[in-house]
Design a binder for this molecule. Sequence first.
Ligand code: PEP
Ligand code: MN
Length: 688
Amino acid sequence: MNNDPANAALKELRQRLNQVDEEIVRLLAKRLDTVGLIAKEKAGSTQAIRDPEREREVLARVETLAQSLGLSAPLARKIFSEIISYSVSRQVASLAGIEGERTEVAVAFQGSSLTYNNLAAEQYLASQGLRGRFVGLPTLKQVIDSLASGAADLAFLPIENTVAGSINQVYDVLREQDLHIVGEESYRVELCLAATADVPASALRRILSHPLALDQCSAFVAALPQAHAVPFLDTREAMRAVAEARDPTLAAIGSPEAAAAHELRILSRNVGNQDEILMRYVALARAPISVDVRVPCKTSLILSTRHEKGALLRCLHVLAEYGLSMTKLESRPRPNRPWEYMFFIDFEGNVAQERAALALEALRSEALYLKILGCYPAKATPAEAQTTTLPEASEVTIAPPEAPPATPSAGRTVPGQPVVRASKHYRLADRATHPEDTVIRVGSLLIGGTGFVVIAGPCSVESEDQINRTALFVREQGAHILRGGVFKPRTGPYSFQGLGRDGLDLLAAAGKAAGLPIITEVMTIDQVHPVAEKADILQIGARNMQNFPLLSAVGKVDRPVLLKRGLSSTIEEWLAAAEYILAQGNGQVILCERGIRTFESATRNTLDLSAVVVLRERTHLPIVVDPSHGTGKRPYVAPMAWAARACGAHGVSIEVHPEPDKALSDGDQSLDFPEFKALMEGLSRVRV
Ligand code: PEP
Ligand code: MN
């Protein structure tokens, strides 16, 4: 076998691959050296550590390069986002004076080695450029004692989780002990199911893991009919127990590292209730640290309010007055005081800054009790949201649309002064109630206000290949959101009705791979919850604009809703329909003009662009235009998209298909790839 020439060739190729990998690591080290030099430069200046503009530029450059080399641009973005974030934390560490302070730091954590606590502690120390000696201890008390006694330099504790929420015992430690938060870490928990043999999940009888990990996988475990969960000391010990028992009906949930250490087979990855589960950790020390004011910082504190009406509100008001953004508010019972609470607050700010110091002073006089837990470099904050922008116009010449009007009509509204008489059918949607434009956040995108969003994708999800290719292409052209119908409202019952739940999974996977949020239509109330779990935006189709129970159902979930205008609905009826959603508590409504029925038959519908200017006047909600359904004909789509931008829409929704002539729905109005590229180029030329 070994003399087989195919084998020799494979060996040689693998060797080549190893060399490439080594080269990548060497280059990463070189990049980090350069980052170190930059940090030194910055130390002597007042330059900010994070420069979002520069980071965007770096990402755009590598994406373009990747694309020109035939590599996936989203992959390049993902890798470089990680590299940049690591580089920033190294710069922060060096400015915080942590780096190089000691040769080795003793870090105590709860649990065994290769538990998430251990892996997260390693990640934290590495990001500080420090070498650690990691000491796993069985109980939280032992971890705290080891820090207090000086045996450990840092105690590294999990404080909250994006599925399970806060970890109360750690909050209690912060309240009781005189220790200081000197750092935080956000760690991605990879929950793997592992067993001694490659058995089907249906053969499993017992699943061992730490109670917190079992909680985070409750849906997966509940779906295994024969298996029940067994709480274990920690995830590593669960893996060990499974390996030692040699019983193929036993499995454990824990880190892939722990599974590998016990030579277990990973049966499933990411068995958590959410796609991405993050754990926030805090590093505690005996003394507080001071952090350079240029480093983005968080301050954590505990306060008890006076027993007066509005006491908490007054404390929060202090933070707002000093322009400090609160990132977390948590309440815990006050010991021996039934139904009284202590509040844990995190805000973005550094106690060394004047406004933070003044705010703390004001808080002290408002509160009954206040304790500062620490001020430390921030790592666990929501992704910075960006107003949606279009790529710069390229050199390709396309006849630009007619010069747009100078400003959309919203420019004429005076905040606080209603320009139109309030309707009796809608109050919450009325601009008179909310003079400022509503801006809706989807991941790190902002829809509404001054941005312009491009939603693009096929009418229907048809296959994995079709949706993946479309997703990557529209993403490359600068689209922001991927669309694709999976439950289709077709005129006739014999037409393609959509791929249903399977289509939703394909759409979600394509969106994830391309780094795009997804939108899809819901037609019935029972689709709302399952779709809301996977889709970033829910669409209500034109035919359902006045399906009032459905509107109320989407009003009860925390997902933005794109509400299409009914085929024969007036603007008044449309806004009243939006009000049904708002009235249930969901304020994230986007209106979508998609053409109405008129006597005109040259186009599929009559795209009513005047609705955009009317709506900009009457409502604060974002407005998107769908020229695909609005015209029904491919050649008309791009000019109407440009016109939509010119008249003040906040975005467009465009149907795109790799092979429109073979599309299972709406092929006549779907753009092929070159047509969509041209549409995008034209859009970036429209000046508003
Ligand atoms: C769609 O966007 O896929 C759709 C069916 O549109 P409408 O509800 O506007 O007909
Ligand atoms: Mn369609």
